[in-house]
Design a protein around this ligand. Sequence first.
Ligand code: ADP
Ligand code: MG
Length: 259
Amino acid sequence: MLKAEHITKQYQIPGGRHTVFDAVSDVSIELGNGGVTAIVGESGSGKSTLARVLSYVERPDGGRVFLDGLEVSACGRKEFHTVRGKVQLVMQNALGSLDPHQSVASILEEPLRLLFHMGTEERKQRCLELLDMARLERDTLRRRPDELSGGQQKRLCIARALAARPQHIIFDESFSGLDVTLKKQVLDFLKELQTELQISFLVITHDLDTAMYMAGTIHVMRRGKIIETLEHPRSFSDFQEPYSQELVEAVRSKRRALQ
Ligand code: ADP
Ligand code: MG
């Protein structure tokens, strides 16, 4: 279980020397083992900052992060080794997060070597399994990221995350910018994968529709805080906060525009 207690993360106000603001302010969140949780909020509400703290890319200025009871935000190098890779972050810009000079094979083999010290044969075998999990063809192994389609690049990022045998995967706007049909395909694939592997997924999005489609629990984030949490909302009318209602209205007007 991944648990964050009273997380605060501060940044300097651009141009304002020595003045800071809370990008994330006193956020507590628990992600169980398995299931899909979502965080939804407008751009600038602190979602990516929280994602970086939860995946221990950045340390919080206040509060604590625990993985299975171990305080990650305070542990030493030796203990850190036991939790390394257990929380994976998949970002929006798939291509930007992949090394353009590496082949798909070496991108997937890297975490296998670094985290599990696998030998050549074992790595090859595991690579094929990862491709299968991410529904990628075997002939993609020799290609480079820029020779893959947008959908394949997303799948490669997911395969690379899976290589670390994570307990949690955080998808930070990973599906924004995909066209509607491709997005639905990727979301359906993720649902299948989640059921298959029983890993816990945290889906971060500005789109309440995506959150409703994917998640059991939805947290609404605004200005660095979680302002509303719903367990298994059945319809948009379950949301009570006025700000959540604004997100609902945004979905409705987008649907009207698509009709
Ligand atoms: P979201 O992902 O919801 O769009 P972010 O977490 O990216 O929100 O940003 C929250 C706030 O923190 C924004 O005002 C953003 O400009 C600021 N911010 C994010 N990262 C940094 C950084 N590395 N340095 C300074 N300010 C940052
Ligand atoms: Mg963001």
